[in-house]
Design a protein around this ligand. Sequence first.
Ligand SMILES: [Zn+2]
Length: 621
Amino acid sequence: MVGLEIHQQLACSTKLFCHCPPIKSEVLPYHFERRLRPAQSETGGLDPAAVFEFSKGKSNKYFWSPESSCLVEADEEPPHPLSEEGLDSALLVAKTLGSNVFDEVHVMRKIVIDGSNTGGFQRTAVVGLGGSIDVGGETVGVQSVTLEEDAARIMGEDSTSRHFALDRLGVALVEVALDPVKGDPELVGRVALYLGRVLRSTGRVARGLGTIRQDLNVSLSGGKVVEVKGVQKLNLLPRVVEYERARQSALVSVAARLKEKGVKAVICGTTDVTEEARDSGSRVLREKAAEGGKVVAVSARGLKGLMGWEPAPGFRLGKEVAEVARANSLGGVIHSDEFDHQGIQKQEEARLEALTGAEEDDAIVLLAGMAEQVDACVPRVVERLRGAVAGVPAETRAATDTGETRYMRPRPGSQRMYPETDIPNIGVTKKILADLGKKVPQNWEERVSKLAHTYGLSEDMALKLYDSELDGEFEVLARGLKLEPSVIASTLVDLPPRLAREGVPEAALGLEILTGVLRSVAHGNIAKEAIPDVLKAVGAGNRDIDDAIRSLGLERVDESKIRAVIESVLLRNAELVREKGEAAFAQLMGDAMKELRGRADGAVVARVLKAKLGQTGRRWQ
Ligand SMILES: [Zn+2]
């Protein structure tokens, strides 16, 4: 089962709780440092994810610029009232998805202490529940539509602190959580693509890279839910689902083996073996011990042989444990199934077994590092080893660029929410709802087919325009310029990627450049055939369009020049014309266009050639 959550930034003029513009700052001249600690929820509990992050003991450095952040982001000033623009957009998204919109919106604080918020919480407000989308005949339910503030942007970390940029903190985003869909990983990709198009149809969402993020909740039937955060690219979704399916199945296999062995609980014991590690066969252990670090051996009942076992290629319990340790900043992890490989011989293994009291069927996991890190890590590793009997633990993982996932932290629980008392509840009146009802956009599929129909484009081209989010610009150009709509469309969406494959950076071909070239064609300065050459020249050097046209000698030629060229082509091919008459048209046309090198409109050349060919043909008959 795969549940999809999409986080989409909204196109607003300000952030959600202050008046800063939602812009990315290239220069962040100031910074301050904070430590965060978990606070109790209103029911008195602590969130496990918050406790986990706190136990890492890192501080947070926030880098900021006054152009994109103020005292609200620094949590030094109370939040301003919720942005009406943001709320209106989120409500419109909810309406568009057919959700039931609440008549009162309550802003909540969701505890997040990984440092991505200066206050230790994210402000969030559910605006609607329910609704559905219909993806190629498959109805997928909407669970909730939530208006949230975006988190600070992580820039990196060192051994003592994480570094964040404050510019993104507080930017309005809408989160849409869908009902889980079964099975097919490809379907998940299609659902995400479809939902993205629905969101764009509202005209209220931000554009460009990094403005949309997908999270997945993946579980095998009857298993615990694993949350995978931050899938940036749509085409990675199916791969992430496949990876999780294989990983979780492998963990279920390990649990099944334990059951076969009659192991009901993985009982763990911990022993400080720092002294013994000083003359270990393992270089890592010797070094850590010599550096004044600490080495702890964890024995785990019944796991011998199962740590290094690969039920599926690349998936091992040992790897899972190492990931948990790494998430706690500990790299030195060795388990007994790899002792041999790590230089730990039989004799040393026997000594470790004696020290830890490990029995024949028990695995031993060695954790080596600075004492503080090892102490913080031991309970996490013990918890993970104990969890082996249950198969898949509920946890939060991060997606990698290649579609794999890495352990991040335990899953947050229900203890993480409490009301944001700085923001009054907001009533959503019948009038607001009625006004919104009028703004619900046309279904995007209808929009695409209308675009195709109105401008005589193929459905495929219309969809490309819609997906590139240039459909609005296209319509303006198609109405304003005397040009075939298909030329405008292909220049906007087909040419930039095609030229990118030929080495022209796509970033060099912005909308302004594309529009400029189209205007040159419409004004008769160049022929449409010259568009690719002009764009190539503009993209290659920092030349403007007119420069490029002049330097390429692509100024459009007038009809008398076309006539002259055609006459010389006819003269050169006199024999061919005599033999084939009008059937020679295609070859002659090719020759003429080559000679005119994009300086003339193909339609004009064809007309002139046909006329000349007709006359000449008759003369020769
Ligand atoms: Zn601000």
